[in-house]
Design a protein around this ligand. Structure first.
Ligand SMILES: Cc1cc2nc3c(=O)[nH]c(=O)nc-3n(C[C@H](O)[C@H](O)[C@H](O)COP(=O)(O)O)c2cc1C
Length: 154
């Protein structure tokens, strides 16, 4: 799977005013009508419990300059309350209270539609209720390293 280059996202959940985030690249488009996406989450991750309980979350597609935020939200021992001080992660809120990461390339407001157990992960399928997009280059994950996108092939 390391040879399959992906973008990097942060899944965000509101926990009674606190932002819980998790780095995820097992993210894909599922359906256009209705607009559905999926994310695969390890059954031992805290985020797994939060998605099942809250049933609403954000997916933030990282910009090339947000590598530190990706690394931060992949560290198991991190504290949600130190994200701004340690990684520069700042958030706005949607009308639903879901955290939107500043500086991300895209934000998807997701409502859980179904969850499918698959080995040690669960495939969460969500309906996308709202989308924000801005200009910029993505952060790429390839062969276990972070990259910035190269030139378009004509
Ligand atoms: C680039 C990258 C992509 C990742 N993608 C996923 C993923 O798609 N699903 C997953 O369960 N964990 C993924 N992880 C690992 C989680 O980010 C990590 O286990 C995290 O600490 C879990 O946090 P939580 O226990 O607070 O939910 C990824 C880590 C990195 C560095």
């Amino acid at each position: 799977m390391g040879t399959f280059a992906t973008g990097v996202t942060i899944i965000t959940v509101d926990l009674d005013g606190e932002v819980h985030g998790m780095t995820a690249n097992a993210f894909a488009s599922v359906s256009l009508d209705p607009l559905l996406v999926l994310v695969c989450v390890d059954r031992t991750a805290r985020t797994h419990t939060h998605l099942q309980t809250k049933k609403r979350f954000g997916i933030n597609v990282l910009c090339h300059d947000q590598r530190g935020i990706s690394e931060y939200y992949a560290r198991p021992e991190r504290s949600d309350s130190n994200a701004e001080r340690e990684a520069g992660a700042r958030f706005d809120r949607t009308v639903h209270g879901t955290p939107v990461l500043h500086g991300a390339l895209a934000y998807l407001e997701c409502r859980l539609q179904s969850a499918w157990e698959a080995g040690d992960h669960t495939v969460f399928i969500a309906e996308v209720e709202d989308v924000l997009v801005r200009e910029g280059d993505p952060l790429i994950f390839f062969r276990g390293k972070y990259w910035r996108i190269g030139e378009a092939i004509r």
